[in-house]
Write a new protein. Structure first.
Lengths: 126, 286
């Protein structure tokens, strides 16, 4: 009992839920750690040593790849929704959807490559 | 802009409380390139509706004014118009409740104009038709040659009852910000009716409706602005209907939607005894 559009929308909702959790962890560690006492960044300026420490931790690297994927999907689905509401011809809608999918994949590959490459070069496997 | 056409009325006489200026958008696609605004002074009594005011204008000031109406009691849904920038039924809106000395009247937005205050609602009815707003069942034999009534409990009825009150006036479509930008968006009226039938225990048509209702210009384009529910004169709450439709779609995507079997024909009562003095029911006409 599903259509392609209902599947996209369901993923949109699930991505929203993932962002809520993962971004919450990110905020707690990166920006609110002093207030919450979560043991992350405590200075106003982000410290490179802590960034490096997190980036070579598998759990953090995995979390950031998940956050990247969820945020890209959630945001680009929203962008597609806005564009589709402009009542474009059907072919233009398909073109827009294709461009957004390609853009999403390109950004995801670029972002996850950076995370994985840093982890591979500096992490425990090295 | 044409200056006010004034008919002097003595306020205080014949129950007239005050005179209100009706500023009405005038347009005729056959003769005019651009719409214009005409002003009319209308005497208001206690209980005078916007529709009464329009009748006054037509009978006394300008017989060429066009608008659509029929029942005068918020049942037919014909007299929807933009009253002071809000979609309302003219028959259901008393002038005094507007608390204004100037009333701006325009045809419903998001529709083409036929003439003056008459919107072209054919788009509404076309979209309504696409969601197949009628009972769909697998037992075609029973549908073609009914042997009785389909069973439905009070609880089952209440699941969709409020959505049956739609009078197809188009106010929700006029209020919807998504309809304003997306011409292909089905809109609150038809989506709510799609839910109304899909939630009906006698219906098995959700599988047939989902392809149009859950299309790229279907339920997922609703931003939940809620303007449709605020505008609805019958309390249908189309925004709720669309959210329930989305919930159904969400459950369907996750495979959590239970397969629905439509209710059967209710068994006919054969051993009932007629109370004394109760007359026979009239014969069936169809």
């Amino acid at each position: 009992m599903k259509t392609r559009e209902s599947t996209f929308w369901t993923w949109h909702l699930l991505a929203g839920g993932i962002i809520l959790v993962v971004l919450g962890i990110h905020m707690a560690i990166m920006h609110l750690s002093k207030m919450l006492g979560t043991g992350g960044e405590t200075h106003e300026v982000v410290q490179w040593t802590l960034v490096r420490m997190r980036s070579i931790d598998f759990a953090f690297a995995f979390m950031y790849v998940v956050l990247l994927g969820a945020a890209l999907y959630h945001g680009l689905y929203g962008l597609r929704t806005i564009i589709l509401e402009l009542t474009l011809p059907e072919r233009a809608e398909k073109f827009v959807s294709a461009v957004i999918v390609l853009l999403g994949f390109a950004l995801f590959i670029l972002g996850s490559y950076s995370t994985i490459a840093f982890y591979a070069m500096n992490g425990p496997m090295r | 802009m044409i200056e006010a056409v004034s008919v002097k009325q003595k306020e205080g006489s014949e129950g007239i409380i005050k005179t209100v200026k009706f500023k009405i958008l005038r347009y005729d696609g056959n003769t005019m390139k651009k719409p214009r605004i005409d002003s009319f002074d209308v005497p208001i009594k206690k209980g005078t509706t916007v529709l009464d005011g329009l009748h006054y204008v037509k009978e006394n000031l300008d017989s060429t004014l066009a608008w659509r109406y029929s029942c005068r009691m918020a049942v037919c849904g014909s007299c929807g118009m933009f009253v002071n920038s809000f979609p309302k039924l003219a028959c259901n809106t008393q002038v005094m409740e507007l608390e204004a000395d100037v009333i701006n009247l325009k045809p419903l937005p998001n529709f083409d104009i036929i003439k003056d205050l008459v919107p072209d609602l054919s788009v509404l009815f076309e979209k309504h038709r696409t969601v197949r707003p009628y009972t769909l069942r697998q037992d075609l034999g029973e549908m073609e040659n009914p042997t009785g009534e389909f069973f439905q409990s009070i609880e089952e009825l209440e699941r969709y009852l409020q959505f049956t009150y739609c009078i197809k006036c188009g106010l929700c479509m006029a209020a919807c910000p998504t309809v304003a930008t997306d011409r292909r968006y089905l809109g609150p009226q038809s989506l709510t009716q799609a839910y109304r039938y899909s939630a009906d225990s006698r219906d098995e048509g959700y599988a047939d409706r989902k392809d149009i209702v859950l299309s790229p210009h279907g339920a997922f384009r609703c931003h939940f602005a809620g303007a449709c529910s605020e505008a609805c004169p019958k309390g249908v709450d189309p925004a709720l209907g669309i959210q329930l439709l989305k919930r159904k779609a969400f459950a369907g995507s996750l495979g959590l939607l239970r397969s629905k079997k439509a209710t059967r024909v209710a068994p006919q009562v054969t051993d009932a005894k007629r109370l004394q003095g109760v007359p026979d029911a009239p014969k069936r006409t169809i």
